[in-house]
Write a protein that binds this ligand. Structure first.
Ligand code: ADP
Length: 174
């Protein structure tokens, strides 16, 4: 599985992939961090699709994911998932974060995606502990790759060097 995972230090909006995952919030209307960058660079097409989804289902629950077009981003789709805000409940938080990754893979598979980029969901404003988040992410990604052969490449795009170092160490030791 390892050879289908790339750990990248960079900006997810600048890396071409079939699908870019957004760490969104439940409103789907954009926010700070990676969400802000994706909406700013992707443009109106993404917001329009998010508004349609809101009209239909009223936003997105924590752990769930929805898919839109990608506007001006170097991708075909954006998959928006809502990570949990860290509140000290390790068990519940871990399960919700895991669901984010699994549900993104499900949408990717259903839409014929073969390359996908993930940011480090919940580790910014939502303050999830970075090492725990990386453990959960790698486990869910490995599991999804072994069940799903249509995904050829997963980019884990780390914006901050601390996350990048954590992922490099974990991949190296696995
Ligand atoms: P959350 O609310 O889920 O914590 P944030 O956007 O605040 O979402 O942070 C999630 C992660 O995204 C953080 O690790 C942050 O460093 C990272 N991030 C911020 N901007 C970008 C970007 N342009 N590309 C990739 N990752 C980014």
């Amino acid at each position: 599985m390892k050879n289908r995972i790339n750990i990248i230090h960079g900006d997810i909006t600048k890396i071409a992939a079939d699908a870019i995952v957004n760490a969104a919030n439940s409103s789907l209307l954009g926010g700070s961090g990676v969400d802000g960058a994706i909406h700013r660079i992707g443009g109106m097409e993404i917001l329009e699709d998010c508004q349609k989804i809101r009209a239909k289902q009223g936003g997105c629950k924590i752990g769930n994911a929805v898919i839109t077009r990608a506007g001006n981003l170097p991708a075909q789709y954006v998959i928006h998932t809502v990570g949990p805000r860290w509140n000290g409940d390790k068990q519940n938080g871990s399960e919700l974060l895991r669901n984010c990754y699994l549900n993104c893979f499900k949408l990717a598979h259903d839409n014929g995606v073969s390359t996908i980029s993930f940011p480090n969901i919940s580790t910014g404003v939502y303050k999830f502990p970075k090492k725990l988040a990386a453990e959960i992410a790698l486990q869910a990604i490995n599991e999804s790759l072994s069940n799903n052969h249509s995904i050829k490449r997963v980019n884990i795009v780390c914006y901050d060097i601390e996350n990048y170092n954590i992922y490099c160490m974990m991949i190296h030791n696995s």
